[in-house]
Design a protein around this ligand. Structure first.
Ligand SMILES: Nc1ncnc2c1ncn2[C@@H]1O[C@H](COP(=O)(O)OP(=O)(O)OP(=O)(O)O)[C@@H](O)[C@H]1O
Length: 663
């Protein structure tokens, strides 16, 4: 099926053809295929793995190395307590609704979106307008078919639908339920209205150890491991702020309705950064000036609320100045994300940064911008960049008593008067036993107004009741022999604060798939063949070595060239099959291999080789050393193909004819 999406060369993108090519070339394929597969689980084949490794390699250099980030590798298996404290057990959920007729489980926001889009499409058809299709999972397409009749809608209704769609991520379950009722939205598969939406937690639950007593989950993000290691990382960083940690690893989400191939899966690779910053400095960033002039396509919250999706192009410097983007650190990372996506070969005209609306934000976030990439499935969030404020460190510190704070020596000491709780540790421990630390942490975390109130109560009643989640019924009585709360004057030499966190979070699978779509095109000829124009740095294999014939005298050249390329860290593959050279190149164009080295009869005489560039199919001819140097420079990005053509003799060969009978 042809969608409104286009290839790199502006041709209509045939997603079916692209997907079958990706499977044939083993970029990725459904896991457990021969058992019928499981929705949302995929395996990567050799080119998929190499592509992923190259993206990760560039990511590490671009972020971890460039900014001296502290990389950690934490476990996937996470105890219940951690994710209860972080809020994921209670709030990490999507809304789902059930079709009472056939039991279909629908993700409520996607269901509302699909039915309204189908109605708008029907309206356009009825008005004789051109209809642009969004690529869909074929199963969903079939179900949708009944709902896409060409029916003209009133203009006011069209406007209402468009306004709802522009802010579809902003509705909660109740509001989605109201929309389903108000517009009588029915499951196209049965013609029945689904039941009201209910929350479905996306985490996979498990039990750790044989007793089954320690409940746990597969992590839904890598972030929590980084937060829990904050104090150790700060110490490792010699107490210096700001700093960032980073982590690359698998995360798991039990998505209600996986769709769009790699775009919504249940197991995926994430690369996440937690940048810890002092909130007192307006989250300024000392390298912001380096990116201030970078222009981004921004779609802010207010534009979406007005029912529009038009982006504004603006430098990040201007966006922060106008407070469209809240602070320099958030802005710095948006620009750095843009540069990273550009570096790996994402189409610049297919990136936008969309701000989350207030209801859409995750429970921990106070501002969030997504880097969205345009694909045949529409705009897809590929990187989330959230300001998580001090949320995570605060809740974990409160729960465990661990000091997840920064202590800074003040140049000029401050005199401070405040309420201060004093624990009688001799009695406190024996009274509360295993809960003593938790109760103490809850008391120490109480705000000043609360302490003032409790001091009075302690004086009058001889005891107070403190909220301590997770201990008994959450209410703990503390008597005055265990605790005193007094107004004290202090000289402060140390300032203590909980850092705020800016978190860029990358879904590598979504980026990888978008990259494939953005770089794919079709070379017209006797037989149209797919090409993926990856930049050399991300291409799974950099060089294809093709001996013109399988005669023994070519073998030493093949071996030597492979070895030489290996020694300079460049991956190559040999294709010594009997197919024509043109056919062999065409096969590797599908894998996105940027350069081809041919060993022909002239090589045997004068030791020269031809080097072919994938996109132009142009060739140069030179001795081994010059060719290997050229490849190295091209892969490292220090030379372009034009540079190479200006330095080495052009070769006009006939190798590219493709004989249709072969494969
Ligand atoms: N089910 C998934 N499959 C593949 N990648 C995902 C999935 N869920 C999240 N990601 C990736 O992880 C990144 C960070 O996760 P985040 O929690 O911000 O996503 P999200 O807002 O829940 O995504 P969505 O709204 O699309 O479900 C996303 O930008 C995306 O690239």
């Amino acid at each position: 099926m042809t969608s409104s999406a286009t290839t790199l060369k502006g041709q209509p993108l045939d997603k079916g053809v692209l997907e079958s090519m990706l499977r044939r070339r083993m970029f990725f394929a459904p896991s457990f295929d021969i058992y019928g597969g499981v929705a949302g689980l995929y395996d990567y084949g050799p080119p998929g793995c190499a592509l992923q490794a190259n993206i990760i390699d560039i990511w590490r250099k671009h972020f971890v190395l460039e900014e001296d980030m502290l990389e950690v590798d934490c476990t996937v298996m996470t105890p219940h307590d951690v994710l209860k404290t972080s809020g994921h057990v209670d709030k990490f959920a999507d809304w789902m609704c059930k079709d009472p007729k056939n039991g279909d489980i629908l993700r409520a926001d996607h269901f509302v979106e699909d039915v309204l889009e189908a109605r708008l499409k029907g309206d356009k058809e009825a008005r004789g307008q051109k209809v642009e299709d969004k690529e869909e999972d074929p199963k969903r397409k079939k179900k949708k078919a009944k709902g896409t009749e060409a029916v003209k809608l009133e203009d006011a209704v069209v406007k209402e639908y468009e306004e709802i769609l522009a802010q579809i991520d902003n509705y909660n379950g109740e509001q989605l339920g109201e929309l389903i009722k108000k517009y009588d939205l029915r499951n196209p598969a049965t013609g029945v209205q689904p039941e009201p939406p209910v929350a479905f937690n996306l985490m996979f639950q498990t039990a750790i150890g044989p007793s089954g007593n320690l409940a746990g989950y597969l992590r839904p993000e890598t972030a929590q491991g980084q937060f829990l290691n904050f104090a150790k990382l700060l110490e490792y960083n010699a107490g210096n702020m700001p700093f960032a940690s980073a982590s690359i690893g698998k995360s798991y989400r039990n998505e209600i309705a996986p769709r769009g191939g790699l775009l919504r899966v249940r197991e995926f690779l994430m690369a996440e950064i937690e940048h810890f910053v002092d909130p007192a400095g307006h989250k300024k960033h000392e390298r912001f000036h380096e990116v201030a002039d970078i222009e981004l396509a921004l779609l802010d919250r207010n534009v979406q609320l007005s029912g529009q999706t038009t982006v504004t192009k603006m430098t990040i410097g201007e966006a922060v100045k106008q407070k469209i983007v809240d602070n320099e650190t958030l802005g710095y990372f948006l620009a750095r994300i843009h540069l990273f996506l550009q570096k790996i070969g994402i189409d610049q005209s297919k990136i936008r940064f969309r701000q989350h609306m207030s209801n859409e934000m995750a429970h921990y976030a106070c501002d969030c911008w997504d880097a969205e990439l345009l694909t045949s499935s529409g705009w897809v969030e590929c990187v989330g960049c959230a300001d998580r404020s001090a949320y995570d460190l605060t809740v974990h510190a409160k729960r465990t008593g661990a000091p997840l704070v920064v202590r800074e020596t003040l140049e000029t000491p401050e005199i401070v008067e405040k309420w201060e709780p004093e624990i009688n540790s001799k009695k406190f421990g024996p009274t509360f036993r295993k809960d003593a630390k938790t109760v103490e942490a809850a008391i120490l975390a109480l705000p000043q107004e609360e302490l003032a109130k409790l001091a009075e109560e302690l004086k009058t009643n001889g005891k107070i009741v403190v909220d301590v989640p997770g201990v008994g019924d959450g209410k703990v009585e503390v008597s005055k022999d265990l605790l005193a709360i007094e107004w004290k004057k202090h000289t402060i030499n140390i300032r203590e604060y909980t850092p705020n966190v800016i978190e860029p979070s990358f879904g590598i699978g979504r980026i990888l798939y978008s990259l494939l779509e953005h770089n794919y095109w079709v070379r017209e000829g006797d037989e149209a063949r797919g090409v993926i124009s990856f930049p050399p740095a991300v291409a799974p294999v950099k060089v294809l070595i093709v001996p013109i014939s399988s005669k023994a005298e070519f073998a030493p050249h093949v071996r030597r060239l492979s070895q030489k390329l290996r020694s300079v860290g460049i991956s190559s593959r040999v294709d010594d099959s009997s197919a024509s050279i043109g056919r062999r190149y065409a096969r590797n164009d599908e894998l996105g291999t940027p350069f081809g080295l041919t060993i022909d009869f002239q090589t045997l005489q004068d030791g020269t080789f031809t080097l072919r560039e994938r996109d132009s199919t142009r060739q140069v001819r030179a001795e081994e050393e010059k060719i290997v140097d050229a490849i190295k420079a091209l892969v490292e990005g220090s030379k372009t193909w034009q540079d190479v053509e200006s330095e080495l003799p052009i070769f006009e060969g006939q190798e590219l004819e493709i004989r249709p009978a072969e494969n």
